[in-house]
Design a protein around this ligand. Structure first.
Ligand SMILES: Nc1ncnc2c1ncn2[C@@H]1O[C@H](COP(=O)(O)OP(=O)(O)OP(=O)(O)O)[C@@H](O)[C@H]1O
Ligand SMILES: [Mg+2]
Length: 257
């Protein structure tokens, strides 16, 4: 398997606080990688740095020959890296379809000329995108796929998460970053959501996924490899069973000697 993303010596400091400390890790093409660690260990900060929300204090993030640490959030999105957020970031009054199109702007023509004058082409683009959005949502939920013109506020938590995942997928990324997708879900909903992620894997076998998750049964079930962070440093790496048995990992989680 070839490496898709590799970061080297990546640090992120907020004043005196070191949220990422000389972090080096890699993700292979098509791999599902779990990123775990106690609260405040730097997991979300890692996503924020590799998606251009924060500018790394030092280090490189190689992705297909480009250094993501030197690129803007827009450039990183256009390069094929998309994400969901730990706290839901849907525009609730907008329709589900409009929320999905927010994630699709690299594949839409936004010019005034196109939108005002070329009405036929605009209509064709709209219909094509609607069909694509509906097909994508249908892979997760048939009932949700026929509600695309309803406001996002009208659906329950698990469907909101599905919309957020679809918004990250609609631009056909190469690397998908999921920040605690099961946060706020019941066990049953978490299981459904994990089935959804396995569906994504089936439909898009080339897509690499990094998933941050506190639910260890989720990590065990869907990841091929895990990386554990503690105080912004990588303390362990390997298949879930090996990582879960590691003494330093257990101490980091339990805070015991
Ligand atoms: N914008 C910021 N300004 C200052 N400190 C920050 C900022 N973002 C994160 N931090 C700090 O960096 C550290 C890592 O935070 P981060 O959100 O990455 O942790 P996390 O591993 O995602 O935790 P959780 O599991 O609770 O989501 C924390 O101490 C946090 O307070
Ligand atoms: Mg976090």
């Amino acid at each position: 398997m070839s490496t898709l993303l590799a970061c080297d010596g990546l640090s992120m400091r907020f004043g005196g606080l070191v949220a990422l400390n000389q972090l080096s890790l890699s993700v292979n093409e098509g791999e599902i990688l779990g990123l775990i660690g106690p609260n405040g260990s730097g997991k979300t900060t890692f996503f924020n740095v590799i998606t251009g929300i924060y500018q790394a204090s030092e280090g490189r993030v190689d992705y297909r020959g480009q250094d993501l640490a030197r690129m803007s959030a827009q450039e990183i999105y256009r390069a094929g890296v998309t994400r969901t957020f730990q706290r839901s970031r849907l525009c609730l009054p907008l329709s589900i379809f409009d929320n999905l199109m927010i994630g699709n702007h690299r594949r839409l023509d936004h010019s005034l000329w196109f939108n005002l004058i070329r009405r036929g082409a605009f209509q064709a683009q709209f219909e094509g995108q609607y069909a694509a959005a509906q097909a994508l949502v249908r892979t997760f939920s048939q009932s949700l796929s026929v509600r695309l013109f309803e406001p996002a506020a009208s659906v329950n938590m698990i469907d909101r998460r599905r919309i957020e995942i679809c918004r990250a997928l609609i631009s056909q990324p190469t690397l998908l970053l999921l920040d605690e997708p099961s946060a706020g879900m019941t066990h049953e909903e978490t299981r459904e959501l994990m089935d959804d992620i396995l569906i994504v894997r089936e439909h898009m076998p080339g897509l690499a996924i990094i998933i941050i998750e506190h639910e260890m049964n989720v990590i065990e079930r869907i990841t091929e490899r895990c990386i554990v962070l503690n105080y912004g440093q990588k303390i362990c790496e390997g298949p879930y069973a090996r990582v879960a048995a590691d003494r330093e990992v257990q101490e980091a989680y339990l805070g015991t000697e």
